[in-house]
Design a protein around this ligand. Structure first.
Ligand SMILES: Cc1cc2nc3c(=O)[nH]c(=O)nc-3n(C[C@H](O)[C@H](O)[C@H](O)COP(=O)(O)OP(=O)(O)OC[C@H]3O[C@@H](n4cnc5c(N)ncnc54)[C@H](O)[C@@H]3O)c2cc1C
Length: 465
């Protein structure tokens, strides 16, 4: 008796889910069923590349983005075809390569590539489930998924691409970065507090300014690190020859020396950071857990500020905000944010102080970023069965490099994968596009091998009987 075709279920249809589906459609060489579970209408775009703020720019150059593994210039070529007026202008292509395009355009590209990949596989049956997955139960070598507003589904392979889950509120009680406010509230506000000082803070600052906010901004950040700029032109990664030390202090010193040496030879420091990026997951996995924890406590803010950079023009606008006194940076921690009439009342502890103080603001946004929601019913169901486990830093799920989930006791759970930001604690720097695409491709290769092995088993069983 022949087995039914393999069913692959991708839970979460943001960028990671789309990249995972595209990788499976490209790597699996036998017919299969593809189920994609996404409760929102923004399949392929997710939080980052949706329509929240159409003019927000990508923080990576066009030439460095692609949803197709092994095709690094794919987004550049796609964008060129959208913008070229049939003149096949080489100058436009070169210019685009170094440009930071709107994020929404990237979302459009990902969606298009997803549906193209599906159309290209007449032997693959696609089902989109517009619902929230509420649990996933492992039964033998299959999984049963339950949804909030759809019939349960069975799958041989489950790819979790839920990133930070469906978090409706922010941990501090302030507004979420993409909360939509009526224009009169933004226009009428005289003060705004932004909690956190990374790229999300810059997004919120830019969009509220564009929407008419003219008041004063207080950026509150524990470490006070603001994102650094990209180099003026795309840089070629400069090999830093970083030794694989197991000590964080040796690594940070080596990176600082490599940056200084590069600058001394007129190479921007950004080239060194770019080169380190490709080996970050190896370096991270080579560090003892205590050293990883030390990184998260002490080095992460400085690293993030250098690694997650801003296009030069955006960085220039941010600098002007501070130089011209429209924004101030307060080093400290917000312990509470409460609604106070029409505005907010924040409780802040300045860095180095034991006392707290109150700060009133007409608007307050929490821009500190999310962590995967490990208490979500879906994740909890897998952890409680022992099919998945939480990583040592409680940043997400513990996984192998290809995303295969590590179950209770550390043994991999065949057929269960966690991809993208959901595995940040195991594979540091798994939030950027190139890293996610690489991981999804590795997962698809593993699934393809699994499918072939399964098929052989069926063939052997049927020929023996
Ligand atoms: C604002 C922003 C800008 C960024 N810009 C860049 C950039 O310029 N360059 C770059 O390289 N990287 C960038 N990144 C980082 C990276 O690309 C993102 O982290 C990436 O988009 C993550 O995609 P995701 O699909 O894992 O997450 P998400 O986009 O959050 O998608 C997760 C999806 O899962 C769904 N979901 C959650 N729980 C369930 C459930 N239980 N059942 C069903 N569905 C569920 C959600 O509805 C959501 O659609 C950016 C990130 C952000 C947030």
């Amino acid at each position: 008796m022949r087995k039914a075709p393999l069913t692959v279920c991708v839970v979460g249809g943001g960028f990671t889910g789309a990249a995972a589906a595209i990788a499976c459609l490209s790597r699996l060489d036998r017919p299969f069923r593809l189920v994609v579970v996404e409760p929102s209408a923004s399949l392929g775009r997710g939080v980052a590349y949706g329509a929240h703020h159409p003019l927000h720019l990508l923080n990576v150059r066009t030439r460095d983005l692609s949803v197709r593994a092994g095709q690094p210039g794919d987004f550049l070529n796609w964008a060129f075809r959208q913008l070229d007026q049939g003149e096949n202008h080489a100058g436009l292509h070169d210019g685009l390569a170094h440009t930071f395009l709107p994020r929404q355009l990237f979302g459009e590209y990902v969606r298009e590539r997803f549906f193209e990949a599906v159309e290209g596989r007449g032997d693959v049956e696609l089902k989109i489930v517009n619902a929230v997955a509420t649990s996933c139960v492992k039964e033998g070598d299959r999984f049963t998924l339950h949804f909030d507003r759809a019939e349960p589904a069975q799958a041989d392979v489950v790819l979790l691409a839920t990133a930070y889950g469906l978090q409706a509120s922010t941990p501090t009680g302030a507004l979420a970065p993409f909360d939509a406010l009526p224009p009169e509230r933004i226009n009428g506000a005289k003060t705004m507090a932004l909690i956190g000082s990374g790229l999300t803070m810059v997004d919120v600052l830019q969009s509220t300014r564009r929407d008419g906010f003219q008041g004063k901004v207080t950026v509150i950040s524990k470490h006070g690190q603001l994102p650094r700029p990209h180099a003026s032109k795309g840089v070629v990664p400069r090999e830093s020859g970083l030794s694989r030390s197991k000590r964080l202090s040796s690594l940070t010193t080596a990176v600082a020396i490599a940056c200084a040496a590069a600058e001394a030879h007129r190479t921007p420091w950004q080239a060194v950071i770019n080169s380190v990026r490709s080996s970050l997951q190896d370096i991270w996995q080579g560090l003892p857990v205590e050293e990883q924890a030390r990184f998260l406590r002490h080095v992460r803010p400085l690293w993030d500020a250098h690694r997650h950079r801003l296009p030069l023009e955006v960085h220039g606008r941010l600098q002007s905000e501070f130089n011209e006194g429209r924004a101030v940076l307060l080093r400290g921690q917000v312990t509470k944010a409460e609604h106070d009439g029409e505005g907010f009342r924040l409780t802040v502890r300045r860095r180095g102080s034991k006392e707290t103080e109150a700060l009133a603001a007409d608007l307050a946004f929490d821009c500190t970023g999310h962590r995967p929601d490990l208490a979500s019913p879906l994740i909890e169901s897998l952890v409680s069965q022992g099919a998945a486990s939480v990583d040592a830093h409680r940043l997400g799920l513990a996984v192998q490099p290809d995303g295969q989930a590590s179950g209770r006791g550390g043994a991999p759970t065949p057929g269960l994968f966690a991809l993208g930001p959901l595995c940040q604690g195991s594979l540091w720097e798994i939030t950027g596009v190139p890293e996610i695409v690489h991981q999804c491709d590795a997962a698809a290769q593993s699934i393809s091998a699994l499918a072939r092995a399964g098929m052989r088993e069926v063939e052997l069983t049927s020929s023996a009987s």
